[in-house]
Design a protein around this ligand. Structure first.
Ligand SMILES: [Mg+2]
Length: 328
């Protein structure tokens, strides 16, 4: 950036001051304004780091509401921290912008900072460059040494549990895609059919509660079956999912079953947590301590196969497999 809207001015104007006012993180020694940030990791803790990039045309439509983009860019990263059982320490934001659009920046920063404030995550560094719109967020977190949740570790007989409800983001994406093919205006940020697509959760409280309880965990970013496949591969076992137990987002109401199944099992971006809970670990106690419903949807099995069964135990096909952004 050049002229009056220098890189420093944009970050300071839209992010630094509101962020500093909204969050006063314990581990933050030095935030935006120096060459780098300084963060203190408590003794006995490990640093947890994740990065995620959203690219226009690949991950979102060009007219995607900017406040939702700010929220989603941070939520996707916080979801990865949650899946590790980590506490957030701070976030870094790298923006590639085609130009300086103050209305866009205002909306984007509001969405980003609202979630940052809610989750207690200070923005500790930022960078802007000119080019096709892309948003990259890096999050830093900490977890008690040795207690991070991983994808590996699940064993046959463990219950398979999911937080929240599934399929809402895919339903929203289908809604948006249909509107466009009909030539209608894109949804605004308050559109209820796109609520889950635009405002995904970050299940930090669930992740925290799973430490020392769950044997393996992953966040559902690519779709239940795709992410369950990752968990199974890392754990060296298979899984059986009971379709009637899968909690469906209310946005799927009225949808034909094959379509609902495709959204809930293969749709991405729900950002719920999926985890393996040993059979002797009480679920009610865990459910009582978190702010999202927890549902047993099946169990881990011997072998390496992931199967979906109906109420009678007969195998079902999942529908479109995996989430490939705009491919489907
Ligand atoms: Mg993840």
């Amino acid at each position: 950036m050049s002229g009056t809207d220098s890189e420093f001015d944009l970050i300071r104007r839209y992010f630094a001051e509101p962020a500093a006012a909204a969050t006063a993180a314990e581990g933050l020694r030095l935030g935006i304004g120096d060459d780098a940030a300084l963060l203190a990791v408590r003794p006995g803790y490990e640093l947890v780091v994740a990065v995620d990039t959203l690219v226009e045309g690949t991950h979102f439509f060009p007219d995607h509401p900017p406040a939702s983009l700010g929220h989603k860019a941070l939520a996707a990263n916080l979801s990865d921290l949650a899946a590790m059982g980590a506490e957030p320490l701070g976030a870094l934001l790298s923006l590639v912008l085609p130009g300086v659009d103050h209305a866009w920046l205002k909306g984007f920063s509001q969405g980003f900072l609202a979630l940052a404030g809610e989750a207690g995550v200070p923005l500790v560094g930022g960078d802007t460059n000119r080019g096709p719109l892309a948003i990259s967020v890096t999050v830093l977190g900490e977890v008690p040494a040795g207690q991070a949740l991983r994808r590996g570790g699940a064993r046959p007989g463990d219950r398979l549990v999911v937080s929240g409800a599934l399929g809402g983001a895919a339903a929203g994406l289908a809604h948006e895609t249909h509107r466009r093919t009909r030539g209608e205006a894109p949804a605004d940020s308050g559109n209820t059919a796109c609520a889950r697509l635009f405002w995904p959760p970050a299940r930090l409280g669930v992740g925290r509660a799973l430490r020392n309880r769950a044997r393996a965990a992953i966040d559902i970013s690519d779709g239940l079956l795709a992410d369950l496949g990752h968990l199974c591969a890392a754990s060296g076992c298979g899984a059986r999912v009971e379709w009637p137990q899968v909690p469906l987002d209310p946005l799927l109401e009225g949808m034909a079953e094959p379509e609902a199944r495709a959204c809930a099992l293969a749709g991405g971006e729900d950002y719920e947590l999926l985890f393996a809970l040993p059979s002797d670990e009480p679920l009610d106690l865990l459910a009582f301590s978190v702010d999202a419903p927890l549902t047993v949807i099946g169990e881990m099995t011997e072998g390496d196969e992931v199967t979906i069964v109906d109420a009678r135990g007969a195998r079902l096909e999942p529908g479109r497999a995996g989430h490939d952004h705009f491919a489907g």
